[in-house]
Design a protein around this ligand. Structure first.
Ligand code: NAG
Ligand code: NAG
Ligand code: NAG
Ligand code: NAG
Ligand code: NAG
Ligand code: NAG
Length: 479
């Protein structure tokens, strides 16, 4: 084919940009620029074309170490990403399926992933994490077929005419406690995962990871790290996103869920603040899972599908906005919510409080049903999980504004019949968006309205985060 004869010539190398002329593609912009030095080893490789590229189903991307021409990483485009490429298949792992899928080890856990993602005219290549290291020159070969353009295949880079860059000599100096992540390469890391992989597991002092304004398309998995403060440079401009869900990444037989964009597992004394997390797939598609003690969310925007935000442990959520598509908060943890807005199709929460701890306490929050028929929490029949139907579920609303919530407010609370006498679906002073009291006369009879003076002691307890969160008094850190 004609495209296979195409030669590429580098026509300009200026620091910060390189253009490659491809007779089929025209000018192609490369990041990192061809010949660049001081590249972070967690770099994602970007090619920007004059028109939108598409991804092929054959060919390889090979990365060699220039010193000995040893192959350090390969992405083989003939391997499918997942049993459910569009996230619309089964959410059960099929043990009989022996197909090999694109797999990346992220923070120690295996995930299916897309080796290339195209957004507008840019294709971003995701090498396997942690294959590149400091102090090496790498040569990238992109075989024909990997990237397609109208009229043929991008004739890429060959072993003899590769895309070349050199990584930084060293990572952050010992003793550094504050690092910067920047997608444009101006920080210590290009990716949030790169900074998390670097962060010490259990330091005495706080490790601060600042994310420079930009877009970060990556799955992030952080386990067994503590004393972390991860924050956007300025509110609202830092966005983390990925198309993930429980069909694209079905759960392993054992182990944590893999369907979220950002997960913390066994991470304590953590604050995340000032950035957005988006999960682009429908279905069970968590934007954020937190699991650990003393976790703070401040000024966050969390947008996902079903179970958009899943909680275990002790969590304080402050000044944040969450949107989701049913059971938007899946809550196993003790969570104190303040000045936070949740917008949900379907139930706002599925509150699964275990016995002996507090559940969800909302104070001065906004809970919005997007289709006019949401409930605040439900306890549906769930025989598959073979569990008792969460008879200690607790969700308390204090001075909270609502709209789009049914007059029943709560439920369904379904059998097999269980003793719901310990369920606490309680409210005090629930208002509409204008601050007028809600008519609660038709509330589900499992729920109850708190009243003064009778319920004074409960109100005092629930207004105190430390009482709700097992003695922890959360203090928000501001950048
Ligand atoms: C992207 O491709 C479109 C369609 O070919 C083109 O109009 C546009 O200028 C391109 N954008 C960039 C930034 O190259
Ligand atoms: C999933 O979506 C793809 C693309 O839209 C479609 O071709 C396929 O049939 C769908 N699969 C299922 C199981 O719905
Ligand atoms: C949350 O939404 C409210 C209302 O739209 C807005 O005023 C507030 O700034 C938002 N907060 C964040 C963190 O996006
Ligand atoms: C809620 O309303 C939406 C939109 O009208 C509808 O599609 C959905 O089935 C309703 N859900 C319930 C539980 O009634
Ligand atoms: C509340 O709703 C009930 C039944 O829907 C109605 O009888 C009652 O008058 C309402 N109360 C107020 C204060 O509007
Ligand atoms: C609550 O309502 C259900 C049906 O709506 C009824 O079966 C049940 O007996 C009621 N429970 C109490 C404690 O009133």
């Amino acid at each position: 084919m004609r495209a296979s004869l195409v030669l590429i010539t580098i026509i300009s190398v200026v620091r910060g940009t390189t253009r490659v002329r491809d007779t089929l593609a025209g000018d192609v912009k490369l990041y990192p620029p061809n010949g660049e030095y001081n590249v972070n080893p967690d770099v994602h490789l970007r090619l920007t074309f004059p028109s939108p590229p598409s991804i092929g189903t054959s060919g390889k991307i090979n990365v060699y170490n220039s010193k000995d021409m040893k192959l350090v990483d390969t992405l083989d485009l003939s391997i499918p990403s997942s049993p459910s490429l569009y996230g619309n298949g089964s959410v059960e792992a099929d043990d009989a399926d022996k197909t090999k899928y694109q797999t990346n080890i992220i923070g120690g856990l295996d995930f299916y992933f897309y080796p290339i993602i195209v957004r507008d005219n840019t294709s971003t290549i995701y090498l396997h994490n942690n294959k590149l290291t400091y102090g090496h020159t790498y040569l990238v070969e992109i075989e024909p077929g990997v990237i397609k353009l109208a009229g043929g295949s991008f004739n890429g880079f060959t072993r003899d005419q590769p895309w070349k860059f050199t990584t930084k000599r060293h990572g952050p100096k010992d003793g550094i406690r504050k690092v910067m992540v920047a997608a444009d390469g101006s920080g210590h890391f290009n990716t949030i995962q790169g900074a998390i992989d670097w962060a010490p597991a259990n330091p005495r002092e706080l490790t601060s990871i600042k994310i420079r304004d930009g877009y970060y398309e990556e799955i992030i998995f952080c386990q067994y790290k503590s004393h972390l403060f991860i924050h956007g440079e300025s509110g609202g401009i830092v966005t983390v996103g990925y198309p993930n869900n429980a069909a694209f990444n079905p759960p392993n037989r054992q182990g944590p869920p893999r369907s979220a964009v950002f997960s913390f597992r066994g991470c304590s004394d953590l604050e995340i603040s000032r950035f957005t997390i988006n999960n682009y797939l429908p279905g069970q598609a968590e934007a954020l899972i937190v699991n650990g003690e003393r976790i703070i969310l401040d000024w966050m925007r969390i947008n996902g599908g079903v179970n958009a935000f899943t909680t275990y442990g002790t969590v304080y959520v402050h000044n944040s906005n969450i949107t989701g598509k049913g059971d938007t908060v899946l809550g196993y943890g003790s969570v104190y919510w303040q000045h936070t807005r949740i917008e949900s199709t379907g139930a706002v929460t599925w509150t699964r409080t275990p016995q002996g701890i507090h559940g969800h306490i909302f104070v001065n929050c906004f809970l919005i049903g997007l289709e006019g028929n949401s409930t605040l929490a439900r306890l549906p029949e769930n025989p598959e999980e073979g569990e008792d139907n969460w008879p200690y579920a607790e969700m308390i609303l204090i001075d909270t504004r609502t709209s789009g919530i049914t007059p029943e407010g709560w439920g369904p609370v379904q059998g097999p019949p269980f003793d719901s006498s310990q369920v606490r679906f309680w409210e005090y002073n629930t208002m509409d968006l204008q601050g007028q009291p809600i008519n609660t006369s038709r509330r589900l009879n499992v729920s109850r309205q708190l009243r003064l003076p009778k319920d004074h002691k409960y109100l005092v307890e629930y207004r105190d985060p430390a009482k709700v969160l097992g003695g922890w008094n959360p203090i928000v850190i501001y950048p």
